[in-house]
Design a protein around this ligand. Structure first.
Ligand code: ATP
Ligand code: ZN
Length: 286
């Protein structure tokens, strides 16, 4: 029988859409049935299992699934023996300590002897150890943010993205203890056949991620400005330059990174570029 790679994905919740979108962009088509536990891809040797995110690290450790997509926060908290192989660029959030606003807890040291509610007891206790603070950890599985108001705890340690949940509960962030995003984890003893499928999948994931971090840029430039404009545009090898029908002008094509995108555009304009077009890249294979 030929190998099939079993991928665990969150059944529903914050990582579901991002996980399915990534697989789709990797060319993995699934006919997503109603509420199925498992689907088989039609055009790639993978099966997708839909599970609760908290269970994914253990299932991957125990080879129920070969690989899984989970928040780094969940993977680290679970402390299972799995390989963390790739950050996936979505599901970004942070695990933070938060305290009632306008209270007398203003720095981490003020938590000495206090009670902190969290769903992340392992990550919290190793953080507290690292800053030599002794506090008691009260583990709860949900709605952590209401704990201070109902007198269950003095502070909380919870996931934050926009901060609006903290704001509505009159809490303020004291300290971030972990930056997290969705990651790919894998079982530590994959067969050679499964490893090969994983390599093919990783190749695709990296092409998708790279494309998301880059844009294709087209612009017109007077020929006497080409040198300075090309210096701003390294491209994959170097920019493509094509003559325009109008004498003395060229069209320049290149790739620029999302991270310094606006800076580069401003400098291109300042150097005489006109008619600048920015186009998303679907896949990028360097
Ligand atoms: P499940 O039913 O699968 O156990 P859950 O309720 O534990 O789901 P979600 O709230 O869907 O989990 O969050 C899944 C993951 O999404 C988190 O572990 C985290 O990595 C990520 N995430 C991103 N932003 C946030 C946020 N603002 N709050 C909570 N999780 C976030
Ligand atoms: Zn969960």
């Amino acid at each position: 029988m030929s190998d099939i790679l079993k991928i665990a994905v969150q059944k529903s919740g914050r990582l579901y859409d991002g996980s399915m979108k990534l697989l789709k962009e990797c060319g993995i088509g699934v006919s997503n049935g109603n509420n199925q536990l498992k689907v088989t891809a039609t055009n790639f040797p993978v099966e997708i299992y839909f599970l609760r995110d908290d269970d994914i690290p253990e299932y991957v450790q125990d080879a129920v699934a070969d690989i899984g997509i989970v928040g780094e926060n969940v993977a680290l908290e679970a402390g299972k023996e799995v390989n963390r192989i790739e950050q996936l660029g979505f599901g970004k959030c942070r695990l933070s300590l938060a305290v009632p606003k306008n209270g007398n807890l203003q720095q981490v040291q003020d938590l000495e002897g206090k009670k902190i509610a969290t769903s992340y007891p392992n990550l919290l206790s190793s953080f507290l150890r690292s800053v030599s603070v002794n506090a008691s950890i009260h583990e709860i599985s949900g709605s952590v943010e209401i704990a201070p108001r109902i007198g269950l705890a003095d502070a909380i340690c919870d996931l934050v993205s926009s901060g609006s949940t903290l704001f509505t509960n009159e809490l303020v962030e004291l300290q971030t203890i972990l930056q997290s995003e969705a990651i790919l984890i894998s079982n530590q003893q994959l067969s050679p056949g499964k490893l090969q499928i994983l390599e093919r999948l990783l190749f695709r994931i990296r092409a998708v991620k790279k494309a998301q971090n880059n844009k294709y840029v087209l612009l017109n430039a007077p020929n006497d400005k080409l040198d300075s404009i090309c210096r701003l545009l390294p491209g994959i090898k170097s920019p493509t330059i094509l003559p325009l029908a109008e004498a003395g002008w060229s069209s320049v094509h290149s790739v620029i990174s999302e991270s310094d995108f606006w800076n580069v555009i401003e400098q291109l304009k300042a150097n005489g570029a006109e008619g600048i077009l920015i186009i998303p890249i679907e896949k990028m294979i360097a």
